[in-house]
Design a protein around this ligand. Structure first.
Ligand SMILES: Cc1ncc(COP(=O)(O)O)c(C=O)c1O
Length: 408
């Protein structure tokens, strides 16, 4: 077998499960087994698998225009998608830059933030502030932005640019100390910082770690005193994952840049957007070519991906999808409240639920048990989380919870 798999130690990992078909929240393997996809296939399939309406939209677009260079040319699907998204964003955020995945959406934001200052003749702003435990993707810039302590990327730390890490507050009491350290750092170094980057309200890969909007608002207030830009990485949290269209909507913050990807096409095709405020955009708007944002990808704004995203947005905002989202949130709350005696740190936000076992081994054992019983999960160390497609039935979700209560 020639395939080298992502996030996999090939020597010790089991062979891949060969999936032949998907339908709604379910995946069907070649050996005839059936699984509930409790992690929306790395958090992208927000509307479930093989959604017929999105498939039809893709087919229709592929017959009209499959791709065109996006420098010097445009097309209706890209323009329509941006218009539609603008309707769900604060009016300040209306400059849409396309790329291909979450990592590139973050790279774009990081580069824009840095160049924003350079274009205004301000040099030396080359430090980024992050939040302890952050994950922003696997390209060099995205890895750097997560900082040297990143559990995934320390191998490459000698390549990383400079960051300051805000301590993650595990309790409300810890918020003050974390904020004080940030203030001290800013007193000394603020004029060297270009941006704060955070996953708002929930840090995904860190283990669905949740923190208060009030804390986020406070760190944003502090950095903004020094003109530092604010980047919200909503690659995981976007498109109702946290119960609202964006996690941003549950905070009093309008960031300068927001990164979107994952759920944007309903999980059908890779696509990403970095959306900037007018004020960021204006720093690039010039007669000087060097002040342009010289960045682009071959598949920028692929029309088929844009068509999938337009259809996905339409389905997302239907009353039935919205009530499904509420049902998932309620089922999470009810099931977490009802017990799960063998877990701790139970938490939920919108369609995300997470809880912890004593050890990674225990979480892996439970995950194996769930897999044998037809549920796909993927613990992050000792954290188990459920982040299902919005079309999942309450029965399927309750079934997954029932497997946690096993006595094996
Ligand atoms: C918050 C966040 N940002 C960025 C990324 C990177 O996205 P991608 O894997 O599409 O490059 C991820 C991926 O999990 C993520 O969770």
């Amino acid at each position: 077998m020639a395939i080298w798999r992502p996030f996999t130690q090939e020597k010790t990992a089991s062979p891949s499960v060969k999936i032949s078909r998907g339908s709604g929240a379910h995946l069907f393997a070649e050996d005839g087994r059936q699984y509930i996809d409790m992690i929306s296939s790395w958090w992208v399939n927000i509307l479930g698998h093989a959604n017929k309406e999105i498939a039809d939209a893709i087919y229709k677009q592929a017959c009209i225009l499959e791709h065109v260079i996006f420098a010097g040319f445009s097309h209706a699907p890209a323009e329509e998608l941006c218009d539609k998204l603008a309707g769900f964003l604060p009016k300040q955020l209306r400059r849409f830059f396309f790329s291909d995945d979450g990592s590139t959406a973050v790279e774009v934001a990081l580069k824009m933030a840095y160049q924003y200052f350079k274009n205004q003749g301000i040099s030396g702003r080359n430090i980024y502030i992050n939040l302890e435990g952050a994950y922003h993707g696997d390209t060099i810039g995205a890895m750097s932005a997560a900082g040297n302590d990143s559990q995934y990327h320390s191998t490459f730390s000698e390549f990383f640019f400079k960051t300051f890490t805000v301590s993650f507050p595990n309790t409300i009491e810890e918020e003050e100390a974390s904020l004080e350290k940030l203030k001290c750092f800013l007193d000394a170094r603020a004029e060297h910082v270009c941006a704060l980057i955070v996953e708002p309200l929930v840090q995904g890969a860190a283990g669905m770690k949740m923190y208060r909007a009030e804390f986020l608002e406070k760190i944003v207030d502090e950095v903004r005193k020094y003109g530092i830009l604010v980047i919200f990485d909503e690659v995981m949290t976007g498109f109702f994952r946290t119960g609202t269209m964006f996690a941003m909507d549950q905070t009093g913050v309008i960031p300068d840049l927001i990164c979107l990807s994952k759920g944007i096409t309903g999980g059908f095709l890779p696509l990403a957007l970095t959306i900037a405020t007018d004020s960021v955009y204006e720093a690039f708007y010039s007669d000087d070519w060097k002040k342009a944002f010289i960045h682009g990808h071959s598949y920028t704004a692929n029309p088929i991906a844009c068509a999938a995203a337009i259809k996905s947005l339409e389905i997302l905002h239907r009353a039935e999808t919205q009530s499904q989202i509420l049902n998932i949130a309620k089922t999470h709350r009810d099931c977490l409240a009802e017990g799960l005696p063998n877990v701790t740190s139970k938490r939920t936000l919108g369609t995300i639920a997470a809880f912890e076992f004593e050890s990674s081994q225990q979480a892996n054992d439970v995950s194996a048990h769930m897999f044998r019983n037809g549920v796909i999960v993927r613990p992050l160390q000792n954290t188990m989380y459920f982040i299902p497609p919005y079309c999942i039935s309450v029965d399927d979700l309750q079934y997954a919870y029932s497997l946690i209560l096993r006595d094996e």
